[in-house]
Write a protein that binds this ligand. Structure first.
Ligand code: ATP
Ligand code: MG
Length: 564
């Protein structure tokens, strides 16, 4: 393709509303343009890369026996009412105004409706169904360019099985395929155990890329490789000690002391002695949660314990329920509360907590003796530097971008939609499902996040929109033009994809800058000086390594480069 003909509107300046490198570079390299918040047009160069990403995904999905579908984005709303997800998605789902239709944010419902009508018997199972298609989500904060769009391309796959072992197998196949896809795309990624959240189901893992601009937070151990989303991460923090000495409870006057730090200072005690009390509401029922000292409650962990929606109590509610304000709440003398305690406080005694009376605390609380505890659970959010549960080395806490997610859904959707099959004994059973997503644009953007320098992008051979970037340096020099045209033809004959900068109204400096910006891995530079000796210069974009080669050897050099 000739640069004089192709539409690649590059920008010299960094667009001011693009805050992260991938967004800036995709705009500057003329790959995308915004149309509205979180909505992007892919221009020819950008779309070529996207297609390469999709081909890698397709290849690996086909290799595990996936069958490609193309499902409609326009869905009847009744379908989503069957599973209750109109409510679950809430404002995140786009609804049409003039028809009872929604734009699908994912496709469990459509898959389930097809399975329900056409999967009759265990003999029809297992199945792996996938598609690469548009999704629509009214993300509250679309940002980071295509990384969080309101319209984006997802590869979504679904396994349908008759047995739980089948589900495990399908899940493992996807995990392996995902590793291959991300490795082939040239991404450095890690896998974390994740919360299944609103999707339901049991096991779930996310494929992550470490990035300052990521909206997920993960704990990583560089020593043993432990990695988990902060929503579920655990560490090896010491538990509270149980004292041999049993002391009677006592009321302590603590005027104007509210926070754990103030209390620690005021009473001159160790933080491990302090039990912070938080009150959450499950509908109308209050739950008191005890955490050690300044430990932060992890709401995702709380949700997985309570298994239904909870919210922090409001100040007035708190006063009515306990008789005190936040900062003076404690586990003694409460009526109608469920009390759950973080594991670090398991069985502890001689604890200090609020007295449910402003300006007072209670000392020497013995959780075994004084409190009716409904359960001890891991409820805390870990912090950077805490010892790894597996190997004891300090954990890192990093921001990350989610590339893909695999879930064991189980029968949540098939139960809701009556997608049943008949087993060997002719008995009706719900189909067991798994669901597996990959963000297609995210692969492209994350690759750029990890592979760029101050001049531009550095594409891998697998994702590059063209194999080589041929530059005709001096367009007014007859021999240069002739040689460049000759090489353009020869390379194409050898099935090399060439982007040919044949522009005659652009300075050499500008051409070199554009070549580095677009980031095609190999540049073939036809310039006057080398040509005088019958030579061509070749530059590797990622390393900057340059070679001088005779004209007749350029094609074989390029072929060798592409094979390596
Ligand atoms: P996130 O937590 O980042 O919102 P999610 O948990 O909502 O992601 P899934 O529903 O599991 O994502 O979707 C599967 C994949 O689709 C994600 O792993 C991600 O790569 C991609 N994806 C999700 N939302 C978006 C979006 N708004 N824009 C671009 N890609 C997205
Ligand atoms: Mg989301």
């Amino acid at each position: 393709m000739r640069l004089s003909k192709i539409f690649i509107p590059t920008l010299k300046e960094i667009p001011s509303d693009a805050l992260i490198p991938s967004h800036q570079l995709m705009l500057r390299a003329g790959m995308i343009r915004p149309l509205g918040a979180g909505v992007y047009s892919f221009l020819p160069l950008g779309y070529r890369i996207l297609k390469k990403v999709m081909e890698i995904i397709r290849d690996e999905m086909d290799a595990i026996g996936g069958q490609e579908f193309h499902l409609p984005a326009l869905n009847p709303i009744e379908l989503w009412e069957e599973t209750g997800r109109v409510k679950d998605f809430g404002d995140t789902m786009f609804h049409l105004k003039n028809r009872p239709l929604v734009l699908a944010p994912t496709h469990e419902e459509v898959i389930c409706s097809i399975a329900k009508n056409h999967i009759k018997s265990y003999r029809d199972l297992p199945q792996i169904w996938y598609q690469i298609q548009m999704k629509f989500r009214n993300e509250p904060r679309p940002r980071s360019g295509v990384i969080r769009g309101r319209q984006f391309i997802m590869k979504d796959a679904y396994t349908l099985d008759a047995t739980w072992e089948g589900l495990d197998k399908g899940y493992d196949l996807h995990a392996e395929a995902y590793k291959k896809i991300f490795s082939r795309a040239g991404l450095k990624f890690f896998i974390v155990g994740a919360s299944s959240g609103a999707m339901g189901g049991s096991a779930s893992q996310e494929f992550m890329v470490e990035s300052e601009s990521g909206e997920d937070t993960c704990a990583l151990c560089d020593q043993c490789g432990y990695a988990a989303n902060l929503e579920v991460a655990t560490s090896n923090m010491p538990k509270a000690q149980r004292d041999a000495e049993i002391k009677p409870i006592e009321e302590i006057h603590t005027p104007n002391v509210g926070t754990i730090d103030e209390l620690k200072e005021f009473l001159k005690v160790d933080e491990q002695r302090l039990a912070k009390s938080l009150v959450y509401m499950q509908d109308k029922n209050p739950i008191l949660i005890l955490m050690m000292g300044n430990d932060q409650l992890n709401e995702t962990k709380l949700l997985s314990v309570i298994k239904s929606a909870v919210r922090p109590s409001q100040a007035e509610e708190l006063k009515t329920l306990t008789g005190a304000d936040a900062g003076s709440i404690g586990p003694l003398g409460l009526q109608g509360f469920k009390i759950i305690v973080d594991k670090r406080l398991e069985g502890a005694n001689n604890l200090i907590s609020g007295a449910n009376k402003n300006d007072y605390h209670i000392g020497n609380i013995d959780l075994q003796r004084d409190v009716k505890v409904d359960g001890y659970y891991d409820l805390r959010t870990i912090n950077a530097g805490e010892p790894c549960l597996k190997c004891g080395k300090p954990l890192r806490v990093v921001n990350a971008i989610e590339l893909g997610h695999i879930f064991k859904l189980g029968t949540k959707y098939s139960d809701a939609m009556h997608a049943y099959y008949l087993d060997e004994n002719g008995k009706e059973k719900p189909i067991i499902m798994g669901s597996y997503g990959i963000g297609v644009e995210r692969i492209m953007a994350c690759y750029i996040e990890q592979n760029h320098d101050k001049h531009g992008i550095m594409w891998s051979k697998a994702l590059s929109p063209y194999h080589v970037h041929l530059i005709q340096v001096n367009s007014n020099h007859e021999k240069v033009v002739q040689t460049a045209e000759h090489l353009y033809e020869k390379l194409q004959q050898s099935l090399v994809d060439v982007l040919f900068d044949d522009r005659n109204d652009v300075s050499p400096g500008f051409k070199f800058k554009d070549a580095d910006l677009l980031g095609i891995p190999l540049q073939v530079i036809v310039g006057e000086k080398n040509l005088a000796h019958g030579n061509i210069e070749l530059k590797e974009r990622s390393t900057g390594k340059r070679d001088i080669v005779e004209i007749s050897k350029v094609v074989s050099y390029v072929e060798k480069f592409l094979e390596s």
